[in-house]
Design a protein around this ligand. Structure first.
Ligand SMILES: Nc1ncnc2c1ncn2[C@@H]1O[C@H](COP(=O)(O)OP(=O)(O)OP(=O)(O)O)[C@@H](O)[C@H]1O
Ligand SMILES: [Mg+2]
Length: 258
């Protein structure tokens, strides 16, 4: 069966700097693939290419075996690709409902005039948020006054509300406390069970090992290798990230060192 997503030989240059060089990796439905690497390894750049925020300079992306041209975040959205950004792209001065529908407000016609359909948006957002986080309260509070966990709930609810097939989570627990981190972990498992494919970027290696099926390590814009999460140790992952050494049980990539 064709993979949900196949990234093939993707490269990206910023000025003369190779942020990505010949990067390939795949993801199946209901699979969680962890992506690890030091600061500047190229993780976010790769995921921005996949979510239409950046154009690659080379390479291809396939979905269900078909080559796709992800030329904008809207195209990505139509393909079922959603990304939760590292910096939690929410607007602090808007409330949960407004952030949930940011850039895709629902409207209705009143006496021939188009107005935003506040009541329907509130209903839909409340339901979606309750599903993600049963403890979510204060839907009318400005998100600038919310905890990291509540903000993350909104980002995730927003991302998986539509017909999402591929979810990209860039450091989803970086700004969270232990309880909220546990909530996000459970959520990753639930989305996986629903058949959503997930790329999970993380710096907490133990966390990535626990949540992922496979892990791809990047270094200097290249893939060092790929390993099964069930058979890799934290030290082996560190060896990949820092020294570019792929363990024997892994599959080395173009960035692997002898
Ligand atoms: N918009 C940009 N303009 C110029 N250079 C960039 C830009 N975005 C990223 N880079 C460079 O590309 C390289 C990869 O950066 P990227 O943000 O993808 O790394 P990362 O693996 O996500 O790191 P981190 O763990 O810090 O989030 C770095 O050298 C970075 O400085
Ligand atoms: Mg990053």
């Amino acid at each position: 069966m064709d993979r949900l997503v196949e990234i093939e030989h993707v490269s990206k240059l910023f000025g003369g700097v190779h942020a990505l060089e010949n990067v390939s990796m795949g993801l199946s439905q209901g699979e969680v693939v962890g992506v690890v690497g030091h600061n500047g390894a190229g993780k976010s750049t790769l995921m921005k290419v996949l979510s239409g925020a950046l154009r690659p300079d080379g390479g291809h992306i396939r979905m269900d075996g078909q080559e796709v041209d992800i030329d904008s975040p809207i195209t990505a959205h139509h393909l079922g690709i959603e990304m939760i950004f590292q910096d939690l792209a929410l607007l602090d001065n808007l409330n949960a409902v407004e952030n949930f529908f940011l850039g895709r407000e629902l409207t209705r016609r009143v006496f021939g005039v188009t107005v935003s359909d506040k009541r329907r948006m509130r209903e839909i957002a409340s339901r979606a948020l309750a599903e993600i986080n049963p403890n979510f309260r204060n839907i009318d509070t400005e998100v600038g006054n919310m905890s990291g966990g509540q903000r993350q709930s909104i980002s995730i609810a927003r991302a998986v509300h539509s017909d999402t097939r591929l979810l990209i989570m860039d450091e989803p627990t970086a700004a969270l406390g232990p309880e909220e981190t546990e909530m996000v972990r459970q959520l990753v498992r639930r989305l996986k069970d629903q058949g959503i494919g997930i790329f999970l970027i993380g710096h907490d290696l133990q966390d990535v090992i626990t949540l992922s099926d496979r892990i791809v390590a990047m270094r200097g814009g290249q893939v060092v290798g790929e390993v099964a999460a069930g058979s890799v140790s934290e030290d082996e992952l560190l060896g990949m990230i820092i020294a570019g050494r792929c363990p024997d049980h892994g599959t080395p990539g173009p960035g692997a060192r002898a």
